[in-house]
Design a protein around this ligand. Structure first.
Ligand SMILES: [Zn+2]
Length: 90
């Protein structure tokens, strides 16, 4: 049986297959971007593809502590929408 790479959601601490999580990365210009390929450089954190997980985590600023930046509500909304939209495409 082939072993899938696993990552832990930083919000709910659930371990899942990497493909079931979404990576959020702090870009060089300080913006928070969704990284569907998992290949962007920079500090990243994994989250479930779940609006609740993402919103709770970003609003609690735990992810921003990890990323060492403050994240505005606008950025949170952009990230959440990006993740939800990318999910609906598949
Ligand atoms: Zn989660």
């Amino acid at each position: 049986m082939k072993k899938q790479p696993q990552r832990m959601c930083v919000s709910c601490k659930t371990r899942r297959d990497k493909k079931d999580l979404v990576r959020v990365v702090l870009a060089d210009d300080g913006r928070l971007v969704v990284d569907p390929t998992g290949k962007l450089p920079g500090r990243g954190a994994y989250l479930c593809r779940d609006e609740k997980c993402i919103t709770i985590e970003l609003k609690a600023h735990r992810i921003s502590k990890g990323l060492k930046e403050n994240i505005s509500n606008d950025e949170i909304n952009t990230v959440v929408n990006g993740i939800i939209n990318s999910e609906s495409e598949t």
